[in-house]
Design a protein around this ligand. Sequence first.
Ligand SMILES: [Zn+2]
Length: 452
Amino acid sequence: MTPLFSKAVFYLYETLQGRDTMNQYRHFLETQWYTKERLQVYQFYKLKSLLEHAYKNVAYYAELFDKHGFNPYIMNSLSDFKKLPFLTKKIIRDNGIDRFIARGTDKNKLLKVKTGGSTGDPLVLYLCDKRRTADMAAKLRMVSWQGIDIGDKRIRLRGIPAGLSFKGRVNTFLIYLMNIRVLNAFDMSEKNMERYVEVIKRYKPKILTGYANAIYLLAKFIEKKGVASGYSSLKSIFAGAEGLSDRQKDIIANIFNCSVISDYGSMEGGSIATECPQGNLHIASDNVFLELVREEKEVFFEEEGEVVVTNFYNYAMPLIRYKQDDIAVLSGAGCPCQREFPVIKRLKGRKLDFIISPDGRMIHGVAFKDIISEARGVECFRLVQKEAGRITITLEKNEHFSPEAADEIKKKIDNLCEKKLEVDFILTDKIESSHEGTKYKYIVSEIAGNYF
Ligand SMILES: [Zn+2]
């Protein structure tokens, strides 16, 4: 497919879905050059209209704002906004999703997504077209920063769930027409990785995207096999979702001989930050309002704080001052790229390790997260692997839990791993977020390191 044809398919697809993605993209290309002062004004009005909408149409916020004597119609400054209480997953769950859905919204027309979250407790969210348009436009801008255009050939290394629906198959075909090829990160066996390497060499993509540790694993495989050439078509690798250490990034960049770009986003916050050509992770300040707090107070530059995010485009289900469970540090320095979006210096996010089966297959943590998140009555979980062939899953149960839920999890894991993995369950009423760091890691393989 020529890039032009693929671009046309993309344009048509977005239009048919009722999304004005290209206009939003053009808008983001403008707002990225706003000065600090102009951005502040822009953010204020974006927040103000979201808050007015929430006050008028969302039961939870109408009550909350009244309780706090807050009126978005007479909101004067961002400091007014910062007096509102934070939102957490627990608050949403305790109130029920419906109290967060805007009046007059047809849930059937929204995209229903599940978020695992850093501590493994799933939450259902509903995304409207406005939000999905902004997500897509932000992604387009992210790749444009690396000189990549819509329709350029790309390979995605990500999870492919077994058994696609009809709609799933249609989407797969459209993705194919958009010059995108998908490789399954849920099954990184040596045999598969050999094939993936061949696909990359033959297809000659400009861009490779996917789970960070799956890409890292592939790079290590190539290093081991000594086939580190033939990837000259690649301009950039986008490794999202879990974050990479600088050392891992260097290894990937060396093997594929191209830039390795990170981004930071979530289901709740959308596209939160993306890396510019100078290697700085800029907050997408025209898409989200980001705050860093410690003990409920805003932190300064160079200090660690919890990420609190408000996406400007969540209209069906506004999430205002949502605590992300991630820790970040902001840099006080500017960036030579001239964008005045603040720079995240360090990010400690969620981490999903690979799980190793006894025959040496590496299975991505997301596959396990999806299975466990679906079980009824599981509040949150922690999965630990200490030896090949065995995992321990601690389940924090609530009143809806029954032993069948654990059986169901076991059955699905058997399917995934061809019955080669022993599963021990520990049931508890409360998973403690023990010492620092562990809270942000809920699928941990203590042996995966040996395979990297
Ligand atoms: Zn920059």
